[in-house]
Design a binder for this molecule. Structure first.
Ligand code: NAD
Ligand code: TYD
Length: 354
């Protein structure tokens, strides 16, 4: 079996669901269930004996040690993290705690377990660390996309904490020989995306008749990857990735934020038109920019294609249509995640933006 951390979050839950669609191998899912963790994402696995859920913290080395000793997984896939840049600006402490200290404690527990394995199990073991393209910093318009050798230049507390965790993972390979692989992926979108991030926030706000808050001039560029393509890339790296290597994962879809919002509006105009027949674009408002806002991310995903034969299956057009459809079909999920805490966050993040 494998141990997945953060498997009740956006990407982790998609990964666990996709895993069982491809494999009979069991998963122990360790998740703290922060505001971003949601067991409702995994309801289809409720009576599935292959899925063992444990609520807990990756920073709790004793708990992780017990899980490892009891279940003896052949691999760990580490998704658990605080993941939202705006939250890291309002309160960086949790990011340091989970992304840096938590990853360190997890690595220590895994190292102790791995050191005690028999030779064959030891060499087959994998620690796959899931990271982000944001560690590479911001690109000018004409600069080449991030390759795996790009210098780290993280600009937000979120990206700095992820960069620190990447360095720890790297060091555990070089110093202790822990069999690690790291992936740095661009912005994901798709089902179960918490509506604090750009795409789900725009869909949810549009349907609720609320404003669509675009930061600054909306010309910041991100590369977008449909979440299921990220999951297939991780499965590929887990199966075939070379030890100690880093693989950048991206969708070859560089888009400006405003274009993303326009695309979401156009799809909603088609699939769920406003009662007054006006476009959802009417709801767009430009608001105060994010401090230190990175201008552009772009991923050069040629290494994973060349060495591991992985390419995304979805284009942005097919992926975004599926995503908008999913939110229209799952409005119960949306209203369940819009708890009091969610409303407090929205108030905190947007009230001060003119
Ligand atoms: P998310 O915020 O939706 O989910 C994170 C999950 O981790 C939640 O279920 C949460 O409860 C859990 N968690 C948080 N702290 C924990 C702790 N201390 N112990 C155990 N569990 C804990 O995040 P996501 O978007 O699914 O991202 C998953 C991973 O992928 C993160 O490491 C993130 O940095 C990385 N990543 C995300 C994106 C993206 O676009 N969302 C892109 C590239 C990389
Ligand atoms: P986000 O989804 O938070 O991902 P990240 O900051 O990790 O890239 O934001 C994506 C882009 O959208 C980013 O440039 C910030 C911008 N954005 C808005 O313009 N308005 C919003 O309300 C949010 C949440 C993000």
């Amino acid at each position: 079996m494998i141990l997945v951390t953060g498997g009740a979050g956006f990407i982790g839950s998609n990964f666990v669901l996709d895993w069982f669609a491809q494999s009979e191998e069991s998963v122990i899912n360790l998740d703290k269930l922060t505001y971003a963790g949601n067991l409702e994402n995994l309801t289809t696995l409720k009576n599935d004996p292959r899925h063992i859920f444990v609520q807990g913290d990756i920073g709790d080395a004793e708990l992780v040690g017990k899980i490892l000793a009891e279940h003896r997984p052949r691999a760990v896939v580490n998704f658990a993290a605080e993941s939202h840049v705006d939250r890291s600006i309002h309160g960086p402490g949790e990011f340091i705690q989970t992304n840096i200290v938590g990853t360190f404690n997890l690595l220590e527990a895994v190292r102790a377990y791995w050191s005690g394995l028999a030779i064959a199990e030891k060499s087959g073991f994998r620690f796959l660390h899931v990271s982000t393209d944001e560690v590479y910093g911001s690109l000018a318009k004409d600069e080449p996309a991030f390759s795996e050798t790009k210098r780290y230049e993280p600009n937000s507390p979120y990206s700095a904490s992820k960069a620190a965790s990447d360095h720890l993972v790297r060091a555990y390979h070089h110093t202790y020989g822990l069999p690690v692989v790291t992936t740095n992926c661009s912005n994901n979108y798709g089902p179960y995306h918490f509506p604090e991030k750009l795409i789900p926030l725009m869909i949810v706000n549009a349907l609720a008749g609320k404003s669509l808050p675009v930061y600054g001039d909306g010309q910041q560029i991100r590369d977008w990857l449909y979440v299921k393509d990220h999951c297939s890339a991780i499965r590929r790296v887990l199966a075939k990735g070379k030890l100690g290597e880093v693989y950048n994962i991206g969708g070859w879809n560089e888009k400006a934020n405003l274009d993303i919002v326009h695309t979401v509006c156009a799809l909603l105009d088609e699939l769920s038109p406003r009662s007054d027949k006006k476009s959802y674009r009417e709801q767009i408002t430009f608001v105060t920019d994010r401090p230190g806002h990175d201008r552009r991310y772009a991923i050069d995903a040629r290494k994973i294609e060349r060495e591991l034969g992985w390419k995304p299956a979805e284009t942005f057009e097919t992926g975004i249509r599926k995503t908008v459809r999913w939110y229209l079909d799952n409005q119960g999920w949306v209203s369940n995640v819009q708890s009091g805490d969610y409303r407090k966050w929205v108030e905190k993040n947007y009230a001060s933006r003119a």
